[in-house]
Design a protein around this ligand. Structure first.
Ligand SMILES: C[S@@+](CC[C@H](N)C(=O)[O-])C[C@H]1O[C@@H](n2cnc3c(N)ncnc32)[C@H](O)[C@@H]1O
Length: 340
């Protein structure tokens, strides 16, 4: 698989270099890309587990949020993966739910489960969408990489000339420099900046088409004022079969390429678009929308149940604890953006 994508990239870019976000896009989403081959990646058989794959209560708690906030319209999930989260939302929310997914492998599964799906938001442009939510989507949106040297910003390219691809540095594109300046991300010595302009474009598109009242976003990430505390030059990493893997240039298409999402960017972005923003940890969100009640009921059910039933309740408790654990999935960030 890797060889095919390597050849494809060499031919497509005629042995020239490409910007890192172009490379990441092809590695993840081209026909031979990571998300379009083999299994749905966000599953037990795949390469990483997400909150909805770990606990069905993630969806039930999000449904509580939706039922509290929703007015007249319907709901969109962006990057629905296997549809585990959508199944729970659908069970508890009496509204239409539309799923966006760019992976053909995942789309096939979602269609088998009879969801209303589409690849691009434009196909639902006639719908009245009140709430847009997404879990672990933005960390997979191709980013550029800014490198600052002597107060000058450059960006990383991937050189496809040799058998093994190599990084290079070039003058930064204007729109990437504007993104850094707009969000006021000052250079930090020895640290690369993941430039999330493509995430901004994706959110712009959703707002232009649906103008939703709410966004609800979950992901791993950081706030920029705490960036220097993270002991890594780059926040990019790769995953394969539930383990951290190689450099993104090794084995194109074979690994997930992902990075910590910059929640300071998202906070500023939504404020500038006229939304009130609440930023919290995932465990805070879960507690705000019903964690305690569900946890207590599960514990009671566990105490009262027979030995065989105990196993089921135990596994549900373990899942719920995992999505709430602040050193694990519970330590992810949640952003709630509500139109003023
Ligand atoms: C890390 S997985 C998360 C899946 C699911 N949300 C979950 O929590 O299990 C990211 C998913 O987003 C999809 N995706 C990435 N960019 C997308 C886009 N622009 N529109 C729709 N889906 C996208 C990928 O194909 C992948 O299935």
């Amino acid at each position: 698989m890797s060889k095919d994508l390597t050849t494809y990239l060499k031919e497509k870019y005629k042995n020239n270099s490409l910007y890192f976000d172009e490379y990441m896009k092809d590695c993840l989403y081209s026909e031979l890309g990571f998300f379009n081959t083999e299994v749905v990646r966000s599953s037990k058989e795949g390469d990483f587990l997400t909150s909805p794959e770990v606990s069905e209560y993630f969806g039930e708690i999000i449904a509580n949020f939706i039922n509290e906030k929703i007015h007249g319209g319907d709901i969109i999930e962006v990057g629905a993966g296997t549809g585990s989260l959508a199944q729970e939302i659908d069970r508890y929310v009496n509204k239409d739910l539309f799923l966006l997914e760019s992976s053909s492998t995942a789309l096939e599964i979602l269609n088998q489960k009879n969801f209303i799906t589409g690849e691009k938001p434009e196909i639902f442009s006639d719908k009245n969408i009140d709430i847009v939510y997404m879990n672990e989507l933005l960390d997979n949106v191709p980013c550029s990489i800014g490198v600052n040297k002597e107060n000058q910003w450059y960006e990383k390219i991937v050189n496809t000339e040799k058998e093994i691809f190599e990084y290079g540095l070039v003058e930064i594109r204007d729109e990437n420099l504007e993104w850094i300046e707009k969000y006021n991300f000052k250079p930090i010595e020895g640290i690369e900046l993941e430039i999330q302009l493509n995430s901004e474009k994706l959110l712009d598109n959703l707002i232009n088409i649906f103008n939703p009242n709410h966004f609800l976003i979950f992901d791993y990430g950081y706030t920029y004022e705490n960036r220097a505390e993270k002991p890594y030059t780059s926040l990019l990493r790769t995953y394969k079969e539930h383990h951290l893997s190689r450099d993104p240039l090794e084995g194109p298409g074979e690994t997930d390429i992902t990075y910590d999402v910059n929640f300071s960017f998202l906070e500023q972005y939504f404020k500038a678009k006229g939304y009130k923003v609440e930023l919290m940890y995932q465990y805070n969100f879960l507690e705000k929308y019903g964690f305690d009640k569900i946890y207590k009921k599960l514990k009671d059910d566990y105490q009262k149940s027979s030995d065989i039933e105990k196993l089921k309740f135990k596994s549900q408790l373990v899942g719920l604890e995992a999505i709430h654990n602040e050193r694990g999935l519970g330590g992810f960030y949640t952003i709630i953006a509500e139109k003023l």
